[in-house]
Design a protein around this ligand. Structure first.
Ligand code: ATP
Length: 328
């Protein structure tokens, strides 16, 4: 499909200064000090980090939307800072805020975007695939956040890009739309596209990414496949998460012990995490019996990327990250 050898995107030692900043007496501020990343065709590459870690800046530099201060970036064999129209046509971008004209109607907008490409994908097929037909006559400004996300994703795909940048693609999506979008992303990956995903949702990265780069405070911290990152983290190996659904407002204090926390993450959803042992499951059964609680679901998960991230970045960074069941 592509004429260039992998990687589709190669970022080496990215540095980005902004300013001058009045609060720094007119000095420049370094917001990216050393980020390197490679994204290959046929893979989902995730750039994962807390709010303010530098993900959007990195990706905007990669797209040529911001100029870098230092380092090198090669996108489909070109420097994106001097991107040609041909290069831009081969790259799809779905921005966090959608960037869609508020007065337009989704299908008419998509037909217009398709008309800008010489070989666009079928608008009807994308509308059908992303369930856009059900709100095709509503203006963009009246759409929900999740509906806008789906239109923005369709628009980014119309040119049949070889590289696709997705900034927080599941933001605002309901669980059903999220699965639909994830399935489409996997299909695009399997069709050989290079997909670069930025997210602060550890669960999204864990479900979708073939390769993950974790960034923190403008620097690359670690990288690897999800299994590699999990196997490298000793804390992750001993860490387990048990979630259960039951009636809201239960007093779960008795389920906590040293090394185990239990909290209600949203009404009726509970999350126990820590170094869970078989005895904790027995204790959980006894607690249910004593409280006359019959959970509607119980799920025991193995270690997650959350544990890896926390082990790397330190627990104080937790506030900027979001895990399943605790979305911001
Ligand atoms: N033009 C600018 N002037 C000053 N600071 C900036 C500028 N652009 C970005 N920053 C700061 O640089 C840091 C990185 O920003 P960036 O938007 O890249 O983070 P992010 O990882 O994408 O965060 P989020 O997940 O919240 O979108 C933040 O602390 C941000 O406030």
């Amino acid at each position: 499909m592509n004429q260039f050898p992998s990687p589709a995107l190669d970022i080496v030692g990215l540095v980005k200064d902004v300013g001058p900043i009045p609060a720094l007496e007119g000095r420049m501020k370094r917001i990216i000090s050393n980020i390197s990343l490679q994204a290959n065709f046929g893979q989902v590459t995730a750039l994962l980090g807390a709010n303010g870690a530098g993900k959007t800046t990195t990706i905007e530099c990669a797209q040529g939307l911001q100029n870098r201060t230092d380092g090198s970036i090669t996108l489909l064999g070109e420097d994106p800072q001097n991107a040609s129209a041909t290069l831009r046509a081969r790259v799809g971008v779905m921005l966090q805020d959608g960037g869609l004209p508020p007065a337009a109607r989704p299908v008419a907008l998509l037909r217009h975007v398709a008309s800008l490409y010489s070989h666009p994908l079928s608008v009807d097929a994308l509308v059908d695939r992303l369930g856009i037909g059900e709100f095709s006559n509503t203006t963009i400004r009246r759409l929900s956040g999740g509906q806008k996300q789906r239109v923005a994703l369709a628009a980014s795909l119309l040119g049949n890009p070889e590289v696709l940048f997705l900034d927080e693609p599941s933001a605002g999506l309901d669980p059903q739309s999220r699965l639909m979008v994830f399935e489409l992303i996997r299909e695009l990956r399997d069709a050989g596209k290079a997909i670069v995903l930025t997210t602060h949702l550890l669960d999204d990265a864990q479900r979708l990414a073939d390769y993950v780069y974790i960034v923190d405070k403008g620097e690359s911290v670690t990288q690897g496949t999800v299994p590699e990152l999990l196997s490298e983290s000793t804390s992750a190996q001993s860490h387990r998460v048990m979630t259960f659904e039951a009636k809201p407002g239960l007093d779960t204090a008795a389920l906590s012990r040293s090394g185990i926390t239990c909290e209600q993450t949203r009404p009726g959803s509970y999350r126990m995490s820590g170094s869970l042992e078989p005895a904790d499951l027995e204790h959980f059964g006894q607690w249910c019996a004593a409280q006359a609680v019959m959970p509607t679901s119980v799920h025991l998960a193995s270690q997650s990327l959350e544990d890896v991230f926390l082990a790397i970045a330190g627990a104080q960074e937790q506030s900027g990250l979001t895990v399943e069941g605790n979305k911001q």
